[in-house]
Write a protein that binds this ligand. Structure first.
Ligand SMILES: Cc1cc2nc3c(=O)[nH]c(=O)nc-3n(C[C@H](O)[C@H](O)[C@H](O)COP(=O)(O)OP(=O)(O)OC[C@H]3O[C@@H](n4cnc5c(N)ncnc54)[C@H](O)[C@@H]3O)c2cc1C
Length: 451
């Protein structure tokens, strides 16, 4: 068995399984699940393994890989996509047809099934929301082998209870239950614990005429946050943040970053053409913002925007290099807070990190949604210190009315955070839904719930 089925991007060690199944049809999946249910065998559903929470790392039982579900048909306004299709292939197929699939959760080697199971989101979610918003139909196989074809607007036929939702724009912590919710929304974000997603229909938009991209540099965090707060109403499709320690890392590959820059905000605005007034409006907005406007970078061509995309994507790579070279261990957060607590949360992160881990952290991410990722370079001999600090941050995010998981899910590594966010009766309601759909607890055992 390839060890690739025993891992994901979280690095969670110890994965093991007895068998790997690679079915080609929903009926085959149904047969495998019926057998597993009959024998009480755990089944871990495998997408592309880019998840960062250990959700798809199996601890015994069977692995069920969707890699052969590769149907990809693009029509005007929608695409039918097998769960194993990679995000990059859907983006490319949509582009060939002059269309555009809005979700862009950074790692384009992820599968669509995995994106839906995690309700992934990314840089463009500021405008377009998470993956789930673009799902119109799902084919799902339940633990007892039933195959469901579910369309948008089909409500649950039972009352799942109500989970109080945090006041944030993105939340993937647990099942987001409410009476009358769509069946689709139960499976979206359920992290492979309620059913196997075999195929989806997703909505597409016409590709924009052109896109203005910008890397806008600032002398301080305060200036950058002021700009973000002022720019939200303009609804760009991207509002991303990079802090000073991140810029210091990026300087290794981008020596043209201005020396005085201590923060950057990355924007993307769709344009209807070269004479779209939004272009001039952005120039005025940036010039009036206290940014290092002259030294900032702008582009409207695809080639230049690709350079900016690399700039953004180089950062996780550089973080990983730094961690490897230092023999450190990377630990990161996925917390979001209400927009009005954005500045406070960022300042809190900075103050505590400077006190506890000076020179050993970076902060970057989706500041438009008050959702930045802290990446800590921890000492592997003393992981407890970093763990405690990240737990403190999770508590602060919840105290501010936020979420412990904005886009990655909780999986196995972070399942302990569920009880930080929700009361025991809310977790009991989630467990009741799990029991209803998967009474033998065979799917994704150990993900979300302990035991
Ligand atoms: C460099 C990097 C950057 C990333 N950036 C982002 C980002 O910006 N935003 C973001 O949201 N995530 C990001 N991620 C995380 C990851 O890409 C997403 O969580 C992605 O959705 C996982 O998809 P996958 O196919 O790799 O799933 P896997 O890792 O294989 O599985 C993830 C979970 O989904 C379940 N699952 C997979 N397929 C199915 C299916 N067909 N049916 C039911 N359950 C299934 C698995 O059981 C598991 O619980 C990033 C990861 C990396 C490595």
């Amino acid at each position: 068995m390839s060890t690739a089925y025993l891992e994901d991007a979280s690095g969670l060690p110890g994965g093991h399984a007895d068998r790997v199944f690679v079915p080609e049809t929903a009926e085959e999946i149904a047969g495998i699940l019926r057998e597993a249910s009959a024998g009480g065998t755990p089944v871990t559903i495998a997408g592309a393994g880019t998840g960062v929470t250990g959700a798809r790392v199996p601890f015994g039982g069977w692995v069920l890989s969707l890699e052969k579900f590769t149907r990809l048909e693009v029509e005007p306004g929608r695409a039918t996509v097998g769960a194993g299709v990679l995000l990059r292939d859907l983006h490319a197929a949509a582009a060939r047809a002059g269309q555009f699939y809005p979700p862009d959760p950074t790692e384009t080697g992820a599968s669509i099934g995995g994106n839906i199971a995690c309700n992934a989101s990314g840089s463009r979610s500021f405008r377009y929301g998470p993956t789930g918003r673009w799902v119109e139909r799902l084919r799902v196989v339940l633990a007892d082998g039933r195959i469901l074809d579910l369309g948008r607007g089909e409500p649950l036929d039972f009352d799942p209870g109500t989970i109080p939702l945090p006041g944030v724009t993105k939340n993937t912590a647990g099942y987001l239950l409410r009476p009358g919710m769509d069946w689709l929304d139960l499976f979206i974000g359920s992290e492979g614990t309620l059913g196997v997603i075999a195929e989806a229909t997703v909505r597409l938009l016409p590709a924009p005429e052109s896109v203005l991209g910008g890397v806008v540099f600032f002398r301080s965090d305060d200036d950058a946050v002021d700009a973000v707060e002022a720019w939200r109403d303009a609804r760009p499709r991207m509002l991303e943040y990079v802090d000073a320690p991140s810029l210091d890392l990026l300087r290794q590959r981008h020596p043209d970053i201005p020396a005085e820059a201590r923060a950057a905000v990355l924007i993307e605005q769709e344009l209807s053409g070269e004479d779209d007034p939004a272009l001039d409006e952005w120039i005025e907005r940036i010039e009036g913002s206290g940014a290092l406007a002259e030294a900032s970078w702008f582009a409207t061509t695809a080639a230049d925007r690709e350079r900016f995309r690399k700039f953004r994507h180089n950062l996780p790579e550089l973080v990983n290099d730094t961690v490897r070279r230092a023999g450190a261990m990377k630990m990161n957060t996925d917390y979001a807070v209400p927009l009005e607590r954005n500045r406070e949360m960022l300042a809190y992160y900075r103050q505590r990190l400077e006190a506890e881990f000076p020179g050993r952290y970076v902060i970057f991410g989706h500041i438009g949604d008050a959702h930045v990722h802290v990446n800590l370079f921890s000492d592997p001999a003393d992981p407890q210190r970093a763990t405690s600090l990240l737990l403190e941050f999770a508590r602060k995010a919840v105290e501010f009315g936020g979420t412990v998981s904005a886009e990655h899910g909780l999986g196995k590594r972070k399942r302990h955070l569920l009880e930080l966010q929700y009361a025991p009766e809310h977790i009991a309601a989630m467990r009741a839904v799990k029991r209803r759909l998967d009474p033998g607890n065979i799917l994704g055992r150990g993900t979300l719930f302990n035991g």
